[in-house]
Structures are given as C-alpha cells and as structure tokens.
Write a protein that binds this ligand. Structure first.
Ligand SMILES: [Fe+2]
Length: 226
C-alpha cells in the first residue's frame, strides 16, 4: 500500500493519523500572496521566526506576522494580513483535524544547502509549504533503504543521498504553494516510517527560498485516536 496521499482538497488530512501513512499533500492553487512580497521576505537576511500557538478544544491562538526590525517595503498591511490569513488557514486545519496541544509556526528563509541530506524529522506531524523557491524533495517508502539514513561513513552529501535510494528510485518534488503534511518519527507507532525528504539544492540564481513549517506538538502525549 502506498504511504502517501495527494488531493486537490484538504479534507483527506485526517487520514494521516492512520498507521502506515506518512504523507498527505494538498495540491492547492498557489496562495494569493504577492510574489514580490514573498521574494523580498526570502531575501530578508537570515529570517527565522518561530512561535508556538496554544490550541484549546480544536481552536488555535491566531498567528501574527513577525515584528521584524527591518521589514521590506513590500510588507504592506495588506500583504502582511494576507500572509496571516494563509498561515491561520493552515493552523486551523491542523487544530481541528489533528487536535495538537501546540502548533509551532516557523517562517524561515533558506539561502544555503541546509537539510540537503535525506532524513526524516523527529516531530509528530510537520506541515510544510514553500512560499518562494523550489519545493521539498521526498522519497516513496518503496524507494528508501532506511538502514542507510544518517549513516556516517559516506563521503559527500551526494554519496549519502545515493546510498539511501534503492536502484531506480525516483526523487519526487513538491510544488511551490502546495502543503505537505509529513508524519515524523515522533508520532506514536511511526518509528522507522517517518517521511524521508530533503531540501532541494540551493540555486544561487533563484535566490533564497521562503519556507513555512507548522509542527503539531503533543507535549502531554494526548495524541488523537488512530
Ligand atoms: Fe526535515
């Protein structure tokens, strides 16, 4: 059985709690955010803004646009509100569907080859959206040699990544704007089945990427029924 699901609607997200499933992708239209604003934010130095939103009874605390010292001139009230609406839309889906205790929202610009080795994350569920730049690369479970993940002894990143892939493996890529809910190793029963993924190679010509991450966290251990 395939461990991933793709859909044009977000409704199927609830299915990610099922055993064996490690990825749900919402192939949504590109969000209506000003591309110039997103590109300017991506170039905004080493932007990394992370905040935790409390969730109570399936309702989350609203996310607010970061209070950055130097905002690009494109960060108009309209553009900031539009981004807040998009982040809160995704947080609402997570709060209602996955019922975490906290949603950690991280907005980050990436201008390096950070996370270029295939790996799985040690979080319960992480939603990922590339607002600007290339999308994340990932592998189908059938294409992964898990015993090679994180092994020292591989010389280069390229060798380490090649060692993880079975012969004929196909590297898949998410599109900009899509939302991928990736189940990680910290979800109960998902040890050894976390989605294997990596960042795309940094492309200096394309400039920094702008990535949004939302982690569903359960510090008290009260996970939804599976
Ligand atoms: Fe990751």
């Amino acid at each position: 059985m395939e461990a991933h699901r793709y859909s044009g609607q977000p409704d199927g997200l609830a299915g990610i709690v099922h055993s064996g499933i490690n990825l749900f992708v919402w192939m949504r239209p590109t969000p209506a955010l000003d591309p110039g604003f997103l590109a300017a934010l991506a170039r905004c130095g080493d932007l990394e803004f992370s905040t935790g939103l409390a969730v109570r009874d399936g309702t989350h605390e609203a996310w607010r646009f970061p209070d950055l010292k130097r905002l690009p001139r494109q960060a108009s009230q309209e553009n900031r509100c539009a981004m807040e609406a998009d982040v809160n839309l995704l947080a609402r889906l997570i709060a209602r569907t996955l019922r975490p205790e906290i949603i950690r929202v991280t907005l980050v610009s990436v201008s390096s080859d950070m996370c270029r080795k295939f790996h799985s994350d040690h979080v319960p569920v992480r939603a990922l959206c590339s607002y600007h730049g290339a999308g994340t690369l990932w592998l189908d479970n059938h294409d992964v040699i898990r015993g090679e993940l994180g092994c020292p002894g591989h010389g280069s990143f390229e060798e380490a990544n090649a060692a993880v892939m079975k012969p004929g493996a196909k590297v898949r890529q998410l599109s900009r704007g899509w939302v991928a809910w990736m189940k990680g190793e910290a979800w109960p029963g998902n040890e050894g089945n976390g989605l294997v993924h990596r960042s795309p190679p940094h492309d200096p010509a394309a400039g920094p990427r702008l990535i949004l991450k939302l982690d569903a966290l359960y510090p008290g251990g009260f996970f939804p029924r599976q």
